[in-house]
Design a protein. Structure first.
Length: 163
């Protein structure tokens, strides 16, 4: 071997050129633009109705419009079996050992409440509730309740409860 080869410094390598470096980016832009054009052709934007069919804009109000107040419920004697049912449930729960466990029959108003006249309602039903020992017991009850005002009720007599 010659000394020339040992002391020779290798020539630096030329950086490899990236062929097609911009080509994928250009293709992506072309595909997006073509896809957008095709989408607009297949799904055109809705055209606004002609001026003659558009509703007229209301004149701006000088002060905000007031909301109408809801009408008070119409009071009709003898037509509040649901109110009587709820009021009866409160009276019965007040006499239970564990009122939070009370389960009354579903749809009880129509089946268990009867209007007897003079805004007096007769309620006969049952409740499942825990007793003092924690056992669930079905208790039957009967009471008469009278409507005094739209949200005021009064017992007529006492609440009768039995198992």
């Amino acid at each position: 071997m010659s000394s020339e080869n040992q002391n020779a410094v290798p020539a630096p390598e030329k950086p490899k050129s990236k062929k097609g470096g911009c080509l994928p980016l250009i293709l992506l832009v072309v595909i997006v633009l073509c896809g957008r054009t095709v989408w607009r052709v297949w799904h055109p934007a809705p055209e606004p109705p002609p001026k003659s069919e558009q509703p007229a804009k209301p004149a701006p109000a000088t002060k905000p419009a007031e909301k109408p107040k809801p009408a008070a419920p119409v009071y009709r004697p003898g037509e509040d079996i649901h109110g009587a049912w709820v009021a009866a449930q409160y009276r019965v729960e007040a006499r239970l050992k564990n009122p939070k466990s009370a389960k009354f029959p579903f749809g009880g108003a129509s089946e268990h409440v009867r209007h007897v006249g003079d805004d007096v309602y007769d309620v006969r039903s049952w409740v499942d509730a825990k007793n003092a020992f924690g056992a669930v017991v079905r208790t039957k009850f009967h009471l008469r309740i009278q409507r005094l005002a739209s949200d005021k009720w009064q017992l007529v007599g006492d609440v009768e409860m039995w198992e």
